[in-house]
Design a protein around this ligand. Structure first.
Ligand SMILES: Nc1ncnc2c1ncn2[C@@H]1O[C@H](COP(=O)(O)OP(=O)(O)OP(=O)(O)O)[C@@H](O)[C@H]1O
Ligand SMILES: [Mg+2]
Length: 246
C-alpha cells in the first residue's frame, strides 16, 4: 500500500510526519517492511538518513529511498519497484509552486493521501488554488479515488478543541475531501528532535532526565500515535473494501 504526505504549500510538516510515521509503533507492528521514499529533489530526508547512518542508529524494518527525478516515467518505475518489495510505502512529497509533477503523481498512485493543513485563510486559499484542482480532476477521472484524500489539521494550538477544528474543516471542504479524526498540534520539540538523524521517539527517550522536555515529548508522541492509528484505520477500511463514503 502507498500513503503520501502532500501539500503544495511548503513547511506544513510533511517530511516530519513522513519520517515519524515510518518509525511509529503501529506501523512497525502492522507492516513487516516499510519504505520511506523522498520525492523532494531538495533531499531533506536524504540528509537526515545519512546522519542516521553516520550515527549507526537502527533501521528496524525500514528502508529509505530518494528519488530525485522530475520525469514521471522514472518516478512511476521506481515507486513500482519499491512497492513490489515493501508492505507499506510512505511518500514524502515536495511542496511545489510550479509544475506540481510530484504532487499529481503521488495523488494518482496513493491508496491514502494525507494533507497537513493549517486553519488559516492563507492556507485555505492556497489549497483551493493549487491542490484542490488536482484532486478534483483526479476524482472526476477516477471516482474510486473519492475516499482517499484526508486533511490533517496541522500546527494547531495544542489547547484547541479537536472536535471544533475537525468540524470546521468538514464544513469548508468539498465532499470529495475528508478530514482526519486527529490533529497535528504545534509543539516546540520539533525544532531539535531530528539532529543527528534521530526520530522523535529516540530524541524523547534520550532526554528522560530533562523533565520538561520529556513531558512535551510524550505529548508529541501521543499526537503521532493518534495520527498513525487513524492512517492505519483508513488503510484497513480500504483493504476490507468499506471505504468511507461522504
Ligand atoms: N508539529 C510541529 N510543531 C512545530 N514545528 C513543527 C511541527 N512539525 C514540523 N515542524 C517544523 O516545521 C518545519 C517544516 O517542517 P517540514 O520540513 O516537515 O515541512 P514540509 O511540509 O516537509 O516542508 P517542505 O514543503 O519544504 O518540504 C521544520 O522546521 C519542522 O521542524
Ligand atoms: Mg518536506
Amino acid at each position: 500500500m502507498i500513503i503520501s504526505f502532500v501539500q503544495t504549500k511548503g513547511g506544513t510538516g510533511k517530511s516530519t510526519l513522513a519520517l515519524n510515521s515510518a518509525f511509529s509503533k503501529i506501523f512497525k507492528e502492522k507492516f513487516q517492511s516499510i519504505a520511506l521514499v523522498e520525492l523532494d529533489p531538495q533531499g531533506t530526508l536524504k540528509k537526515w538518513w545519512e546522519e542516521r547512518t553516520e550515527h549507526s542508529l537502527a533501521f528496524h524494518q525500514i528502508s529509505f529511498h530518494h528519488i530525485s527525478s522530475t520525469q514521471r516515467e522514472v518516478l512511476q518505475d521506481s515507486v513500482k519497484t519499491i512497492t513490489n518489495h515493501n508492505d507499506l510505502v510512505i511518500l514524502d512529497v515536495p511542496g511545489e509552486s510550479t509544475s506540481k509533477l510530484h504532487t499529481k503523481f503521488a495523488c494518482a498512485v496513493s491508496d491514502l493521501v494525507i494533507i497537513p493543513m493549517r486553519t488559516s485563510t492563507n492556507d485555505e486559499s492556497a489549497f483551493s488554488e493549487n491542490l484542490l484542482p488536482i484532486i478534483k480532476e483526479l476524482v472526476r477521472s477516477y471516482p474510486i479515488k473519492k475516499g482517499i484524500f484526508y486533511i490533517l489539521p496541522s500546527f494547531t494550538n495544542a489547547q484547541s478543541n479537536k472536535e471544533k477544528v475537525i468540524n470546521y474543516f468538514r464544513e469548508v471542504l468539498p465532499d470529495y475531501v475528508n478530514c482526519f479524526d486527529a490533529m497535528y498540534p504545534f509543539r516546540g520539540i520539533y525544532e531539535n528532535f531530528n539532529r543527528e538523524g534521530s526520530t522523535l521517539l529516540e530524541y524523547v527517550e534520550s532526554n528522560q532526565n530533562n523533565k520538561r522536555l520529556f513531558a512535551v515529548g510524550q505529548r508529541a508522541l501521543t499526537d503521532i500515535d493518534s495520527i498513525t492509528i487513524e492512517i492505519y484505520k483508513k488503510l484497513s477500511e480500504k483493504l476490507n473494501g468499506n471505504t468511507e463514503e461522504t
